[in-house]
Design a protein around this ligand. Structure first.
Ligand code: BGC
Length: 416
């Protein structure tokens, strides 16, 4: 356990004491500790404050939520879960299966959520016909985020193919700019690999390999080529990328120290928080050869069982999260798009509007697919195996694409 985690656990002792005390209090465990993330969450805090609810914050730093999920597991095991927790996909279902989640179906029915939340998301927000979580957004991971001034300086054009992206990275290198802003943490590398696999093999291949776990696809030449392509990208990072937090990598692009970051659209939250404007300060393009497909994840607030006197606060939290005006205001700041299909795109910038249009198109075409790196492809143990193999390859512990393919197949089968 790291010293930061020890400090976090020490904080939970105080949390336990106050958990009993307040009936008009909502509690939320989350990993939204970057500038953009915190700014977005403030919208919810303010909305609930207006209704007279105090906010009990349980933040656990660490992009992708690995630290948060470890902390949550300990709290649940100790019989002291928070009222709600940020959570991704299959993890919600695991807690539901374990009998730990609460039931907000009455609020869902009253407000008609089943008519406005995409079916793909309902699969993770409900369990055996009961609502156990609320989706606050839809993120997608197959994006490129460019510093516009650097892009213009090197004579950039939108890369439509993987080779065009590589050519652009070469230009940045020649101009003395770090081509690829990278955070070398397992979840970030795996998140980038989702896009690389999609670009290399297309949507059908991605689905076969990552959603169906088809052996032939997992062991295919296309998977080997995907690792080759990932290795190519690795050669464009700066030497200090290992361990870097995702938002510090975004900051390199914001400052013009790097050309581009491959990251989910939470990166846009950092640009917005730094008062940068889409189209003039930064550019968003789909990862090359993935236009028309959306690799998504959705932040859910999963609800834990609470005593009868705290049910009202939990319902208020769920209802505030699902309010259309909140979903607009929050997602404009967060970089994601609303989880409700009936929220207008008027308040969103060019990247947000594109995100919403792409989502609609992908949903209609059957190319809206869950992110394996971000909890929407497979159960947590398999996602973890994926992170492990991709990071070992990225950091050179697994040396060749051939062995990466074999290790990935082995690790996934062992985790099944
Ligand atoms: C979450 C985002 C968050 C990102 C970085 C992802 O797993 O879905 O909401 O901003 O991690 O912390």
């Amino acid at each position: 356990m790291t010293s930061a985690m020890v400090a976090t656990f020490a904080g939970f002792a105080g949390f336990a004491a106050s958990a009993q005390a307040q009936v008009k209090e909502v509690q939320m465990l989350h990993w939204w500790t970057s500038g953009g993330e915190a700014a977005a969450l403030n919208v919810l805090k303010a909305d609930l404050a207006k209704q007279g609810y105090a906010w009990k914050d349980v933040p656990v730093a660490g992009g992708g939520g690995e630290g948060a999920m470890t902390a949550l597991k300990a709290m649940v095991a100790a019989g002291n879960p928070p009222m709600a927790s940020q959570m991704l996909g299959y993890i919600v279902l695991e807690y539901a299966e374990g009998g730990k989640t609460g039931d907000i179906t009455a609020t869902a029915t009253k407000e008609g959520w089943d008519k406005v939340v995409p079916k793909a998301l309902q699969k993770f927000a409900t369990y055996k016909g009961k609502w156990v979580a609320v989706p606050v957004n839809i993120h997608s991971v197959n994006w490129l985020w460019f510093n516009k001034a650097v892009f213009d300086k090197i004579g950039g054009a939108e890369p439509k193919t993987f080779d065009e992206l590589i050519a652009l990275l070469d230009k940045a290198k020649a101009a003395g700019v770090v081509p690829l802003a990278m955070g070398g943490q397992p979840w970030q590398e795996a998140t980038m690999f989702d896009s690389v696999v999609m670009a290399t093999g297309g949507a059908d291949f991605y689905k076969k390999a990552f959603l169906d776990l088809d052996e032939a696809a997992l062991k295919s030449d296309t998977m080997k080529k995907s690792f080759d392509n990932l290795a190519k990208m690795r050669s464009y990072t700066d030497p200090n990328y290992a361990g870097r937090d995702w938002n510090l990598a975004t900051a390199m692009v914001i400052k013009g120290d790097a050309l581009v970051q491959v990251m989910g659209d939470w990166a846009k939250g950092e640009f917005v928080n730094a008062k940068k404007t889409a189209g003039s300060d930064f550019l968003c393009f789909r990862f090359p050869a993935t236009q028309g497909t959306v690799i998504y994840n959705s932040d859910m607030f999963a609800m834990f069982k609470v005593s009868a006197d705290r049910q009202e606060a939990q319902n208020a939290l769920a209802s505030a999260t699902m309010s259309p005006s909140f979903q607009s205001a929050f997602n404009v700041i967060k970089g994601s798009v609303p989880a409700r299909t009936d929220v207008p795109d008027a308040a969103f910038d060019a990247c947000g509007k594109k995100g919403m249009a792409d989502l609609k198109e992908a949903d209609a075409k059957g190319t809206l697919v869950g992110s394996l790196a971000q909890g929407y492809g497979q159960a947590p143990a398999i996602a973890q195996a994926y992170h492990d193999v991709v990071t070992k390859f990225f950091h050179g512990e697994i040396k060749t694409s051939e062995s990466a393919v074999a290790e990935l197949d082995k690790a996934i089968n062992a985790a099944k």
